[in-house]
Design a protein around this ligand. Structure first.
Ligand code: UDP
Length: 478
């Protein structure tokens, strides 16, 4: 049976964490706006409450166009998984549960036109999606620079003569990627990639060479921001035989992400406080949805923010997962410092509406871990960034930020967990970010480019329309 001409039906399967769920739902919303029907397969239970809340809001916003189906995860004995991180445990659990996806796909009443799933599911889903008669895509949750590295890893692996190659042994000082002018230093690579037999290493090594078997890769980036890497990927310079990489960015926040009035928690008072500040005068600090701030760092962070002289809005995460009980910030800072902090800033521990904050005119700079969604959100609002990588791909995304001139990255700070960055350095760098006029001009230029790319007739719309047309033609031909 072929789909009726008008029904383009796209299934989505995200993995764990807001950094993976947000782009998935935003891409899904993109296709919904173009009249497609969406099936959202949601791994359950989610790791964080923020994820389950967002899924509910998405589904209730598109009741007629979206069908949501639970993927009830197989129970995995955590002692069989080489990680302490709840999100990595979930990635592995989803990977081990993908056999449950086949019956879900075959039970769909409307034939599928395309299947788009998370980057961390490439290898396990291949045998399942090979049996589908529709194209399959992944969405990549980081920068095109990171995708170039990920794709090129298969070439590096092939050059290692040992039967069990490990990046820690075959990657030397820098990785030179064809088509990309600035090489990636070994010190910028995700640390677990250099740990033999870590989950991260196994997944990257297993999946890199399989990119070629997909029909395409969606990425939250665009020509003006990462033109060099996107071109290198699409012209076969990085690796020959890669499928098209669709720079559909900036894929932006949607209506469904907004909490209803009355359920906005601390956001009401945050926005009210921001309303009372002058334009561009507030520093927003958030090191992502998954990074617990080290207790040893918190005092210097507080002192650095106070010393900077700027007002600040500081989101402190004291636990990796938002479902766990937390101690109070005052217990960590002590009451004297806590009172000083409150004189200049607002400190919250809750999950906030980051887009609402970045879009507020009072916010003039963002101290960020460099998570790619956060970077793109900041670019969208023209807010300069000071990146402080905490782990994973965040040094490579910080390189992308620095190369494009939309932010600064004090490399000497190292990884967040490496050593305590002293308050004076933090204050100096915040002053540099907030006072740097050329940074502000560049961020403003990139904001304009971002808005053009996402606007009517922009690159995102062109790509999506073209794809939908191709899909429709393919369906008619079958
Ligand atoms: N986010 C948010 N509120 C928070 C923390 C994070 O809305 O309090 C969102 C943020 O806007 C982004 C995503 O969660 O869309 C985090 O993704 P990112 O790639 O920036 O970093 P990660 O948290 O995955 O490391």
């Amino acid at each position: 049976m072929s789909a009726p001409e008008s029904v383009v039906h796209v299934a989505f399967l995200p993995s764990a964490g807001m950094g993976h769920l947000n782009p998935c739902l935003r891409i899904a919303a993109l296709f919904l706006r173009h009249g497609c029907k969406v099936t959202l397969i949601t791994p359950k239970p989610t790791v964080s409450t923020a994820e389950s809340n967002l899924i509910s809001r998405f589904c209730s916003s598109f009741t007629h166009q979206v069908t949501q189906i639970d993927l009830n995860l197989t129970t995995v004995d955590p002692t069989t998984v080489n990680t302490n991180d709840p999100f990595w445990l979930q990635y592995e659990t989803i990977r081990r549960s993908v056999h449950l996806v086949a019956p879900i796909l075959s039970s769909l009443s409307t034939p599928l036109t395309a299947f788009i799933y998370d980057v961390f599911l490439i290898s396990p889903l291949l045998p399942i999606t090979q049996k589908l008669s529709c194209p399959r895509y992944i969405y990549f949750t980081s920068a095109s620079r990171m995708l170039s590295f990920f794709a090129h890893l298969s070439v590096l692996t092939a050059s290692d003569p040992t039967s069990q190659p490990h990046p820690s042994s075959f990657i030397r000082d820098v990785v030179k990627i064809p088509g990309i002018a600035s090489p990636i230093p070994r010190s910028s690579l995700p640390p677990p990639l250099l740990q033999p037999n870590s989950l991260f290493e196994s997944m990257f090594m297993e999946d890199s060479g399989k990119l070629a078997k997909l029909d395409g890769v969606f990425i939250n980036s665009f020509e003006e921001l990462e033109g060099e890497a996107l071109a290198a990927l699409n012209q076969g310079k990085v690796v020959k035989g890669l499928p098209p990489v669709y720079g559909v960015g900036p894929i932006m926040a949607c209506e469904f992400e907004n909490e209803e009035q009355g359920q906005r928690g601390c956001m009401g008072s945050i926005l009210e406080w921001l309303d009372g500040k002058s334009e561009g005068s507030v520093v927003y600090v958030s090191l992502g949805s998954r990074t617990e701030t080290r207790r040893e760092q918190i005092k210097d962070m507080a002192l650095g923010l106070i010393e900077s002289g700027y007002s600040f809005l500081w989101v402190v995460k004291l636990k990796v997962v938002d479902k766990e009980e937390e101690e109070g910030l005052e217990d960590v800072l002590g009451s004297e410092l806590m009172n000083k902090v409150k004189e200049k800033g607002v400190v919250v521990k809750e999950f906030v509406d980051q887009m609402g904050i970045l879009g507020h005119p009072s916010v003039g700079g963002f101290v960020s871990h460099g998570g790619w969604n956060s970077v793109i959100e900041s670019v969208w609002e023209g807010v300069p960034i000071l990146t402080w990588p905490q782990g994973g791909d965040q040094k490579i995304t910080s390189e992308a930020v620095r190369i494009n001139g939309v932010g600064i990255w004090p490399q000497e700070w190292g990884w967040g967990s490496e050593h305590v960055v002293k308050w004076k350095e933090i204050a100096d760098r915040i002053k540099e970010m907030m006072g740097n006029e050329s940074l502000r001009v560049k961020a403003e230029e990139m904001k304009k480019a971002a808005r053009n790319a996402a606007g009517v007739g922009g690159s995102c719309e062109v790509i999506v329309k073209k794809l939908i047309d191709e899909w429709k033609k393919n369906v008619q031909a079958t």
